[in-house]
Design a protein. Structure first.
Lengths: 124, 113
């Protein structure tokens, strides 16, 4: 059974940094493109970033570009989101999500598995 | 950016009745190279992550009850729950994965009347 588990969230002051991790079990992440999606409290879903299975292509939402970095360590079967210069509007539950098919160069694939989510609160 | 507009924001349907949710994209999300429409429907219950229901606009994910169906083409799409059950109470989102940034509709909250 495929599982994704996020960790690394918490409370941070504006301007601070956090690194989220997403560890996979039941699947070899190194062959799958991965996304981060966030959801502000009581709000809808917002796509944050994508990384190709081999780390070759990365894309970001304009709202996080230049502040967030998506990366992966395939040897650890783990996805990361390094978040810097955090703002109050970054407060959200952050989900990692796996695309449905392995070996795809493109971001054009639906997500078949989501993690449970990790809360990040940016507040002074 | 492709804007995804869902309607209604919420709806209340009697048990066993049909629920219909609409989603409109601001431009076509049909990818000519594959002839597939890159639209997904997710269901989200409180405190849970989204769950994949429908992809390619009309393909039901394995294990999803057949009372859920997706339809539409071009820029107008519909999620239909043919006979609403209590476990279907949730928020439903459409999403396009045709272009970056991937975008979601605002969500539709489905409740029992």
């Amino acid at each position: 059974q495929v599982q994704l588990v996020e960790s690394g969230g918490g409370v941070v002051q504006p301007g601070g940094s956090l690194r989220l991790s997403c560890e996979a079990s039941g699947v070899t992440l190194s062959t799958y493109g991965m996304h981060w999606v966030r959801q502000s409290p009581g709000k809808g879903l917002e796509w944050v970033a994508f990384i190709r299975y081999d780390g070759g292509n990365k894309y970001y939402a304009d709202s996080v570009k230049g502040r967030f970095t998506i990366s992966r360590d395939n040897s650890k079967n783990t996805l990361y989101l390094q978040m810097r210069s955090l703002r109050t509007e970054d407060t959200a539950v952050y989900y990692c999500a796996k695309v449905w098919v392995a070996g795809l160069f493109s971001f054009r694939a639906h997500f078949d598995t989501w993690g449970r989510g990790m809360m990040v609160t940016v507040s002074s | 950016d492709i804007v995804m507009t869902q309607s209604p924001d919420s709806l209340a349907v009697s048990l066993g009745e049909r629920a219909t949710i609409n989603c409109r994209s601001s431009q076509s999300i049909l990818y000519s190279s594959t002839n597939k429409t890159y639209l997904t429907w997710y269901q989200q219950k409180p405190g849970q992550p989204p769950k994949l229901l429908i992809y390619w606009a009309s393909t039901r994910e394995s294990g999803v009850p057949d009372r859920f169906s997706g339809s539409g083409s071009g820029t107008d799409f519909t999620l239909t729950i043919s006979s609403l059950q209590t476990e279907d109470v949730a928020v439903y989102y459409c999403q396009q994965y045709y272009s970056i940034p991937l975008t979601f509709g605002g969500g539709t909250k489905v409740q029992i009347k």
